[in-house]
Structures are given as C-alpha cells and as structure tokens.
Design a protein around this ligand. Structure first.
Ligand code: EPU
Length: 340
C-alpha cells in the first residue's frame, strides 16, 4: 500500500508546544518503501521536507509549505551482543520513554537516566539526548537512515553521527537530508549505575537507597522530572529551550568575580559549562509571562505555552531572554529546539 499523502494538515497535535501551523503536505511513513514511494510523487518535486518524530524538540513559527514526514517505523528487537553490550534495534517511531521502560522489563538496563524524555526514538540521535549524567552517544551503536538525495538507505556508525553536546551531524551537514528509520543501542551487559548527578544522588539518598538498581534510578529520574519539568500533555513546552553555554576558563573567572553564585560545571581542558537556567533566573525572567507565552516557574530553561500561544509569540519571548541574558552576562544563549 503506498503511503497516504494528506494536504493542509494542522500540526497542532504533532508538536509538544501545541502551537498551530499547517503542513502543505503530510505523510505518515512506516519504512524505507514508503519513502521511496514519496520520491516518485510529482506533486512533491522541489518542495522542502520536514521530518517529524514526536515534535518535542520543535518550534513551529509559521505554516510549512512543503512535505511533513511523520516517522512511524515500529519495532524493538534484540540483534545480538558485541564488545560487552547487548545490541537492540528500535524503530524510529517508537516512543522513547516507553522503550526505556520496556527495555528494563526485558532485562536490558542502561537507559534509565534518560527516562521520561519526550519524543520518539528516531529523534534521540539528532540532538544526542542527555540527562542526569548520561548521553545517548554513550549507549549508541549505529542507525539506519533514508537519504532523501540519493534515495537509498544508509547505515551510520557513532563516529559518522559526530555527536556533541545536544549536537550531531543531523543538525549540521546532514540537516534535512536523512530520515532516521531505526537506531541500534548498545546496552552494557555488566551494568553499572550512573548515580553521580546531584539531583539523582539526593533523590536516592532520600529513599535510603545505597546501591541502586536500574529500576530505582529510573524511578528517581521520573520523580525528579515530574517535580521540575512541565508535562507537555498539560502545559505545552519543548524541554530546555536553550543549550547550556560553554565558556573558557578566563571568561568563567571574569564572570564569577562579578556573580559569585554563578552555577557551572568544569569540562575537560579547563572550559566550563554554565547553567543557562541560572543565567535566565538571575536575569529576573523566571516565571515571566508575555502574552500567552511564558518562562516556566520551576525551571527557567523551559519556555511554555500558557494556552493558545503562537510560535511567533514564543520566539519573541526567546529573543527577549537572549537579549536580557546578553545584557547582564555578555553571553548569547543558543536555542536547543529546531525552529521552523
Ligand atoms: N537553576 C536555576 N534556576 C532554575 C533552574 C535551575 O538557577 O530555574 C540552576 C540550579 O543551580 C541547578 C542548575 O541550574 O542546579 C542546573 O539545573 P538542572 O539540574 O535542572 O539542569 P539544566 O542544566 O537546567 C540540563 C538539561 C536537561 C536535563 C537536565 C538534567 C540542557 C540544555 N538541559 O538542564 O535536558 O534534563 O540537565 O540532566 O542541557 C532538555 O534537553 O530538554 C532537557 C530537559
């Protein structure tokens, strides 16, 4: 069955900010064959493509005059073991959090620190999702993708994905060119807890947990996220709206001299990653409301739709946050979500 091409589709239900925008064309794809069929569709020639997973890292600011590809490739399967890790292949359309939980139940721990991150599995490599001391790159083996230029499926290794902090080749040279079909994760056979992140350590201590199991870390992360981050099903948001900026040792020294309570984490080579949430908070914007857009009360790095906001309103607030932080600290915050 060829995929069904819909026209003038509302994307409101397909982005976690819950903003309205329309797609000129919209198509759900379940595999490479569907993408090959779309290549032969004359109405789509020359039109831009937007690949959508869960729409949880996306801000739509206007209608999209091209083809929106909604990836719905299913499946979770064990594909063997190599280099001390179980390899599990996951369809790009699987829900991330449900997969983390399902793998725990299959006795394949290793993703528990990344519990409750919204979105689909195919989007995870794009921004190299990370939380509570772990990044996807540390549990990644390879992926398969469909190349929209060559109209062929390709396999990509960790090195080819070129992961960085909330970065990958898919946000740089390959932006808009490849549709991720499946990811293969490498989950350690000899599992060890990653429980050093302060919030996680406190949460486990509060429960009197000494040697946490993967399930206990999963529960701790879920509890922390539920307390601090808004549920996109209730309040529209895309998680952290900005990346934590990285500054040199000298810049950090100069900043801390003026702002002794500045929060930062040392990186290798003397550089320091600053808590953007702290910068926004210190610029007096936590809890701010502009029209129907706002800065979340419990986590200043999260912008929210307070009900009926447009993408343009959220973007204007983001711009104000960037300007106020730049005025006070001389740092320009970079957005984390894809802005269309
Ligand atoms: N802080 C404030 N004010 C606030 C919130 C936080 O001053 O309103 C300070 C606190 O000192 C806190 C520090 O900022 O200790 C860092 O806050 P938090 O631990 O909540 O982490 P974050 O750096 O703000 C990052 C990720 C999150 C991830 C958490 C936990 C980025 C851009 N964000 O946030 O990822 O869940 O760490 O690991 O790296 C996302 O990418 O969408 C996301 C939610």
């Amino acid at each position: 069955m060829p995929p069904i091409l819909e026209e003038r589709v509302s994307l409101r239900g397909f982005n976690t900010f819950g903003v309205e925008a329309r797609a000129r064309f919209f198509c759900r794809v379940r595999g490479a064959d569907d993408l090959a069929a779309l290549a032969a569709e004359p109405r789509l020639v020359g039109l831009p493509r937007l690949v959508l997973g869960g729409g949880s890292n996306l801000l739509l600011t206007k209608d999209f005059e091209g083809l929106v590809i909604k990836v719905e490739v299913p499946g979770v399967r064990d594909v063997g073991a190599a280099d001390g890790a179980w390899h599990v292949e996951i369809g790009a359309g699987e829900n991330w959090h449900d997969t983390v939980e399902r793998l725990l139940a299959m006795d394949r721990p290793g993703l528990e620190n990344l519990a409750l991150i919204p979105g689909r599995c195919g989007a995870a490599p794009i921004q190299n999702i990370g939380a509570y001391g772990l990044e996807l790159a540390e549990r990644f083996a390879s992926l398969t993708a469909w190349d929209l230029e060559t109209q062929q499926a390709v396999r990509m290794s960790t090195a080819e994905c070129d992961f960085g902090y909330r970065e990958s080749a898919f946000k740089r040279g390959l932006a808009g060119q490849r549709v991720i079909l499946s990811i293969t994760l490498a989950l350690p056979i000899k599992w060890q807890p990653v429980a050093g992140y302060a919030d996680v350590a406190h949460e486990l201590k509060a429960h009197g947990t000494q040697r946490p199991t993967a399930r206990e870390i999963f529960d701790a992360v879920v509890a922390i996220r539920r307390r601090k981050l808004p549920d996109p099903a209730v309040v529209g948001n895309a998680g952290s709206f900005f990346k934590n900026p990285i500054v040199s040792r000298d810049e950090h020294r100069a900043l801390i001299a003026h702002h002794p309570s500045l929060v930062g984490y040392p990186l290798s080579g003397g550089r320091v990653k600053l808590a953007a949430a702290w910068l926004i908070d210190a610029a007096g914007l936590k809890g701010a409301t502009r029209g129907r857009a706002g800065v979340f009360e419990k986590q200043a790095l999260v912008l929210v739709n307070r009900g009926g906001a447009t993408g343009a309103e959220i973007l204007a607030l983001a711009r104000e946050v960037q300007e106020k932080v730049a005025e006070k600290f001389g740092i320009w915050l970079e957005p984390e979500p894809v802005i269309v």
